[in-house]
Each structure stands twice: as C-alpha cells, then as structure tokens.
Design a protein around this ligand. Structure first.
Ligand code: ADP
Ligand code: MG
Length: 238
C-alpha cells in the first residue's frame, strides 16, 4: 500500500518558479491523472516525486514518511516515459532484468519476475529480441514490464502513449487500466490528452502554471468545473 502526499511543494529552476505550493494527496491504489498544457509543470512534479529532481520547498511523503532526501532508488517508485528509455544494446529479457540485478535477488527469482511481467504484458515470445526490432506498442509494453518487475509501491507514467498512433493509443489505454486493476498500485499518470484523462482517471488533477486548478472525478470536473480554465481544458475535445 502507498499513499503519496505533497505538502506545500515548490520547485524553482533558477529564478523561475515552476511548481507553486502544490498540496496533493494521492490515495492508496488510486489511478490519478495529471493534466495541463505543455510547460505547466507536469513532468517536474513527477520527477520531484521520483526523486530525479530535488524540490525547493515543502515535503513529499510516501506512506507518511518524508522522502525529500531519499535517492530515487530508495523511493520504491517506477517511472515509464514517453520515449520508452529502453537499453538498445540489451534484449527484452535483459531490459526487464537489468534493474533487478542491482539488487540482492537470486537468479531464479529474477527470472521468475521477468517471466511473470512478460506474461502480464504479452511479451513471452519477444524476450530475445532487441528494441530496434520491436514496434512502438511492443516497446511501450517492455517499458511497462521493466516497471512491473521492480514491484514498486508507486507507478509514474509521463505521457507514455504520445508516440503511438491513435489506434494503438486507444488499445494501450485499456491495457494500462487493466494492468492497474490487476496490480492496484498507486499511480500518477501524466497526459495532455483530455480524452485519455476522462477515460482512465479515478480522479483528475488539472495543473496550470504550476498551480492546481481543480481536483476531482472526471465527470465532476466535466459537469462542474471551478473555473473557465478547467471548463476549457476538460470540456474541449482533444
Ligand atoms: P510539462 O511536463 O507540463 O510540459 P515541465 O515540467 O517539463 O512541463 O516544465 C515546466 C517548466 O519548467 C517549463 O517552463 C520548462 O521549461 C521548465 N523546466 C523544466 N525542467 C527544467 C530544467 N531542468 N531547467 C530549467 N527549466 C526547466
Ligand atoms: Mg512533460
């Protein structure tokens, strides 16, 4: 189980304040979708949670424990990126197991986890292939598999589907939601696609200029937006 909390979090790059007093709780097992226009701070917020960037002020807590000074590897978080970030010189199997080899796991346990992740994502027949011989959808599945094998408390997705064509995007949305139903891990999913947010989220957070405009269930935001920005963002077609 994992509850994530941002308390009065601020993040500046030099003189530019990118996140402004973010207060946000992500419930245990929730699929939270973070939306907002390009440059509003979505990736910065994910990176802060993952520990890839430090924050300027405030606290980030996982299960009540302040993680501000914890290294990324000690946060029990796995992140899936838009560009997959696979190792090109490693097979699918090696991509899946690489992170585990840094831990003190028995080889048979590593192998079992890789096979389980491959089964969940339909990658069993691709384990010996290299990324250059995979389609975009297959690469994204490997990227997700690499997150799953680590058995993290929290999954972060940063616009994972933006490089895929429209048809595959629709299919992968359903796959990611099904994966969440199965694993029930706390998830923060970033997109700038309104349809993706509406169809996937338990709750949506609308971010604008480093400030949270509104948080709510998709239909609540759609039917009862707090302001014109939310109305325009959630209401208008993608
Ligand atoms: P989003 O993911 O919502 O598109 P980002 O979080 O990537 O937005 O970026 C928010 C703002 O922070 C942008 O104006 C961006 O230029 C700036 N920014 C992001 N990373 C850095 C960095 N490492 N150094 C300086 N500015 C940055
Ligand atoms: Mg981004």
């Amino acid at each position: 189980m994992a509850e994530v909390a941002f308390e009065q979090v601020q993040k500046s790059f030099g003189a530019v304040q990118v996140l402004k007093h973010i207060d946000l709780t992500v419930h245990d097992g929730e699929f939270l979708v973070l939306v907002g226009p390009s440059g509003c701070g979505k990736s910065t917020l994910l990176r802060a949670l993952a520990g890839l960037d430090g924050i300027t002020r405030g606290r980030i807590l996982i299960d009540g424990k302040v993680v501000n000074s914890l290294q990324p590897k000690d946060r029990d978080i796995a992140m899936v990126f838009q560009n997959y970030a696979l190792y090109p010189h490693m097979s699918v199997r090696e991509n899946l197991t690489f992170a585990l080899k840094l831990r003190e796991l028995k080889p048979q346990d590593i192998d079992a986890r890789a096979r389980e992740a491959a089964a969940i994502l339909g990658l069993e027949d691709l384990l010996d292939r290299y990324p250059r011989h995979l389609s975009g959808g297959q690469r994204q599945r490997v990227a997700m598999g690499r997150a799953i094998v680590r058995d993290p408390k929290v999954f972060l997705f940063d616009e994972p589907l933006s490089n895929l064509d429209a048809k595959l995007r629709v299919q992968m949305r359903a796959e990611i939601r099904a994966l969440h139903q199965r694993l029930k891990a706390t998830t923060v999913y970033v997109t700038h696609d309104q349809i993706e947010a509406m169809t996937m989220a338990d709750r949506i957070v609308v971010l604008n200029g480093g400030v949270i405009e509104q948080i709510g269930a998709p239909l609540d935001l759609y039917d009862d937006p707090d302001n014109l920005f939310v109305a325009g963002f959630i209401g208008s077609p993608a």
